[in-house]
Design a protein around this ligand. Structure first.
Ligand SMILES: [Mg+2]
Length: 390
């Protein structure tokens, strides 16, 4: 089997403001196509160009030597590592794993010696957050009051989820959230208003769902560690499942972790063992966020394996299309140290149209897929229909 072509698809998720989902398709002379979902929002033209630049090196080669190809791509652009470079390599590498699994007729986790599990515990992510701007699209009621936020929280247990994650939200007309897409104050300061709102919101949500439901709060890149400490301390009475923060200094994160009671989840923006290792050495996080779409499958698995040697569990970062979910489920089935996995039950209504198989969810758990490769494929016709145009 030889690689004959590499194609990318960029799809709008329909949100206001729109976000882009990226897919890669690798064609072969055997008639098999390998698919991947990869990359982060805001880099679409660059990612497409990088995949084209890197992908041409693989034309005519056997796709199943995945690790070899990964290392060759890594070596080729070693002077500009991480970031979008790594995301583009991931786009290619993930599609190669899909082909390797399909060529042998097995799911990718079988190539890793899995499955470690038949189903994966997941949490409802971006609960209420997505409704702040997109309540109409999602067919939900607007978030006008604290009571509305409490009502959304109740929907998680009602739909079988035992853990959910949210962001700091000001209900109103329009409601406002600070998250990754909607950044907080320029100087990363947790103002009195922000801390007050976090306490009011999480307090109301805790009262609504009772003590048994896990609540995570993601403050993303929005606060300096000293500011995040104030948020974390103010929320101590509400028994958070975790406080999530993205941070670029391992010692600062370690300081944060030792200064607040809630467990700290971090790491989604880190790529490969080299970037995680300084954080692990300081035990700077309690739960390790690992993004398959941003670093590739074997890089993510190696991070999970390294985390195991520091007595840490991972939590796959997963908020895009269903292919991303299937890739992340394959990771969970390939390792023994998973805390819980992220999932977005609420997304643009046409998300289901974009994939040939959908996640199977029951009682807050997702079934580990059993079909060859990732277990789902991109519907290319639908991807063209909802093409992202910038
Ligand atoms: Mg996060």
């Amino acid at each position: 089997m030889k690689i004959t072509g590499i194609e990318t698809f960029v799809v709008s998720n329909g949100f206001t403001p729109p976000r882009a989902w990226h897919f890669c398709a690798i064609r072969t002379d055997a008639g098999l196509t390998g698919y991947s979902e990869f990359g982060s929002d805001g880099l679409s033209r660059g990612l497409v160009g990088l995949v084209q630049d890197l992908g041409q090196r693989l034309i005519g080669k056997d796709p199943t030597a995945v690790e070899k190809h990964y290392l060759d791509l890594y070596r080729a652009v070693r002077q500009a590592p991480y970031g979008a470079t790594q995301q583009a390599i991931a786009g290619i590498e993930l599609a190669l794993w899909d082909l390797a699994g399909k060529a042998l007729g097995v799911p990718v986790y079988k190539l890793m010696g899995g499955p470690h599990r038949e189903r994966q515990w997941v949490y409802w992510s971006h609960l209420a957050t997505y409704r702040a701007n997109n309540w109409k699209l999602l067919g939900a009621k607007p978030l006008r009051s604290l009571q509305d936020l409490a009502d959304v929280a109740r929907e998680a247990p009602a739909r079988g989820y035992t853990v959910f994650k949210t962001n700091i939200i000001w209900p109103g007309d329009p409601a406002r959230a600070i998250s990754q897409g909607r950044l907080g104050p320029h100087d990363q300061v947790a103002t009195r208003d922000i801390v007050k709102q976090a306490v009011a919101q999480i307090g109301a949500m805790r009262e609504a769902v009772g003590p048994e439901i896990g609540i995570c709060l993601d403050i993303n890149v929005n606060f300096k560690p000293s500011e995040a400490i104030r948020v974390g301390r103010a929320l101590e009475p509400y028994d958070l499942f975790w406080l999530e923060i993205d941070n670029q200094d391992p010692q600062a994160l370690a300081q944060l972790k030792s200064s607040v009671r809630p467990p700290i989840c971090s790491g989604e923006q880190l790529q490969t063992m080299r970037q995680y290792r300084p954080y692990f050495e300081l035990h700077a996080m309690d739960v390790v966020k690992v993004d398959v779409q941003w670093q590739g499958f074997s890089a993510a698995k190696k991070v999970a394996d390294l985390a195991e040697t520091y007595e840490l569990n991972i939590a796959p970062h997963n908020y895009n299309g269903h292919l991303s979910t299937f890739q992340s489920l394959n990771l969970c089935a390939s390792v023994s140290n998973v805390r819980i996995m992220e999932s977005d039950p609420e997304q643009t209504p046409y998300r289901d149209e974009l994939f040939t198989a959908l996640p199977e969810i029951a009682s807050g758990h997702m079934k580990i897929p059993t079909a060859p490769g990732w277990g789902t494929e991109l519907n290319e016709k639908a991807a063209k229909k909802y093409e992202w145009t910038g």
